[in-house]
Design a protein around this ligand. Sequence first.
Ligand SMILES: C[S@@+](CC[C@H](N)C(=O)[O-])C[C@H]1O[C@@H](n2cnc3c(N)ncnc32)[C@H](O)[C@@H]1O
Length: 286
Amino acid sequence: MFPKHIELTKVPPIKIQGIKTKLVPFIAASIYWDDNGTYFEPFMGSGVVGFNLQPKKAIFSDTNPYIIQFYKDLQNIIITPAIVREFLEEETLKLMATPADKNSYYYEVRERFNKTHTSLDFLFLQRSNFNGMIRFNNQGKYNVPFGRKPERFKKALITKIVNQVAWAQDLIVNHDWDFLCIPFEEAFSMMKPKDFTYLDPPYIDRYDGYYDAWREDYAVLLSKLAQNGPAKYAFSMWYKNKYRENEHIKLWSHGKLLTTEHFYHIGAKESNRNPMIEALVVNNFE
Ligand SMILES: C[S@@+](CC[C@H](N)C(=O)[O-])C[C@H]1O[C@@H](n2cnc3c(N)ncnc32)[C@H](O)[C@@H]1O
């Protein structure tokens, strides 16, 4: 049953730019849904929202095939916490034996991943790259640079990642959840009246390097599918900051606008702390 009170948000093993960790309690408290249909998250990214909401039945989807493969591998017990530990321990030794520059072992793994696309390499790259970014060039090659000092890839970090894998796997095998590599339109074609969908598409006016480029016409289509579709929805978007307001809010006039403020930093200085108002548009009135 929703709304839910979430005290402590847990973070899944694969991070992504735009991860909504900080907004999870706000989202959980803003959803009114009896959990008797299917929860759809068509832009799952890290999955932090659904993994914390923990609906009984869910379809998580994304066009990034490596995110989906990673969670399918957890679901099918192809990857386990023990396998992850062994792999990360071995790879860390190799990483530590190389310098933290362009000759880092990281780049060997990156090249290997771009040929074989294994979930373990994907996890390793995501946890040793620059800021948990997921970025691909226009040939579909993963191209995030190395971002961690090799000596920081220590036992404690490996244990943290292994625990996150164990948490995610436990949730997946104990729930009726599925993971699909499909575009959002396809997820919408599966929705029925008792369902609920949380929507967090890429930002329109920003190149963010996700697996697929996001476009204005997709944003318009998404607003139509959600507002005319059978399922209840909650749609996340940035609303305003010090400098401007998001024009696309106009597309979502059917719903109710809820807002919350958070702060972000430009650079390291505390004085560069900027407020950002985040919006959640919902049609799930109590
Ligand atoms: C803002 S991120 C989602 C972040 C997520 N809510 C979280 O907290 O981690 C947007 C996601 O949409 C995916 N995406 C981009 N275009 C898509 C499309 N046409 N259909 C489905 N997913 C898409 C990206 O791969 C990315 O994972």
